[in-house]
Write a new protein. Sequence first.
Length: 175
Amino acid sequence: MAQTEALAIDEQGKYIVYELVAAKGISKDQLKERAITFFKIERKDLKLKSNTGDTTFSAAGKLIINKTVLVMSHPSGEVVYHFQSEVKNEKFRFWLTDFSFVPYQRDRYGNFVATTNKGTPLENNPGKLNEAQWKEYRSQTATYAIQFSKEFKNYMLNTQAKTQSAVKKVVSKEW
């Protein structure tokens, strides 16, 4: 329950996770390179939609919401979101917004698939019947969004940003 308050509401009434971070001593070019590396290496599940203007990055991603009954767990849907980031000299900002829920159902082969292509915004009121489920969806989304924002911020501020690591060879002749 406490996690749902973590998602702030913007001017349009949509849930948003927004952060402006000061990156002392890191140039715009370094921040840009780290952002591109984050999308290509760290988070391949995010689809980079556009790289407008040289300093703005936009991506789309999704989060699978699981429902646990007794011991069994199965996906009940996915939350689709938009991620945007802008970099400048010694600072960057990013936000996650446009969270929408797409329900899943079993197909004839037993796989869980999306029932529709268009999602329902998390801000909508589901009514009394689905209120408990909807709060759980919001809670899981808030937890994921906060964890994702920490991960992105730490990656951007890390002075030794990860690149593709060289393959270590094992020499078996010397011991």
